[in-house]
Design a protein around this ligand. Structure first.
Ligand code: ZN
Length: 272
């Protein structure tokens, strides 16, 4: 039977829990890793949260999230870079080796212009990322978010960008929810692995029908994504890291979170 050592859960998945509650329950269930969303750190001393997570034997996989680089005004783009520097400081204080980037998109300009600004924003951060020993992962988002959340909408675009940036500090987060539909996914995952750019792997499922563009993600096995097939591809590409369960769901947030956590464990074992 599949063990839970490679299972990581994003704190946003069990959003009703504080990070202290999440850590205790994840650890009790034998979950190996945790990805921390920045909102979970509010009002806390970040280095102490890191100590608390390590005390629970949880591997801190990444911090979510940085990004949102594009803007029409240069001043706003600079403000985004400053916020990303703050995220890098938070990741370093927490002991997280990686920040996931939701890159952003500005509806008042072309996607190509937004992509150029994303690349420039990431490049501006590299010295800061390196001095704090924190890597950055570009997460391509499903094209339904191209209007305002990300101008990077396929693994091919993310690969192009990471290759252009060409830094050991910048790679890619592959999320099945955003990329499952792509008929070039297998070859692009191989390309990502060949370049040592495959930094993270996120899982959940695409429900049919999806009732909310943002907050109706499904539990593994509940939708139409062939997760074991894609997991096989990332492993074929040399990825040995965590399988990160990232589910935003109004429906699941209303459920008793302990019951939900048990469902996550069962779905992970059976459908991923
Ligand atoms: Zn993701």
């Amino acid at each position: 039977m599949k063990d839970l050592r490679k299972l990581c859960i994003h704190t946003i998945t069990t959003k009703p829990w504080s990070i202290e509650e999440a850590a205790e329950h994840y650890a009790t269930m034998g979950v190996g890793g945790i990805t921390v969303w920045r909102d979970a750190l509010e009002g806390r001393k970040i280095s102490q949260v890191g100590d608390m997570l390590r005390k629970h034997q949880l591997d801190i996989v990444s911090l979510c999230r940085g990004g949102f680089f594009p803007a029409v005004s240069a001043q706003k783009r600079q403000a985004a870079i400053e916020d990303n520097k703050k995220a890098i400081e938070e990741a370093a204080a927490l002991g997280a080796p990686l920040i996931v980037l939701v890159c952003g998109a500005e509806p008042a300009q072309s996607l190509a212009t937004s992509r150029k600004q994303i690349r420039e924003g990431i490049e501006a951060l590299i010295p800061y990322a390196e001095s704090h020993q924190v890597k950055l992962a570009i997460e391509p988002l499903h094209p339904m978010y191209a209007g305002d959340r990300s101008a990077v909408n396929s693994l091919s675009q993310a690969n192009d960008m990471a290759e252009m940036i060409d830094s050991p500090w910048v790679g890619i987060a592959v999320d099945v929810y955003h990329l499952w539909w792509d008929d070039t996914l297998h070859s692009e995952i191989m390309r990502c692995g060949r370049n040592n750019h495959l930094f993270a792997f996120h899982i959940c499922d695409w429900k049919v029908p999806t009732e909310d563009m943002l907050l109706d993600r499904g539990l593994m096995g509940e939708g139409c994504i062939n997760i074991p097939e894609i997991r096989g591809w990332v492993e074929e590409a040399g990825f040995e890291g965590y399988h990160e369960v990232e589910i935003f769901s109004k429906r699941y947030w209303q459920m008793d979170q302990q019951v939900f956590l048990t469902k996550i464990k069962e779905a992970y074992i059976q459908y991923s």
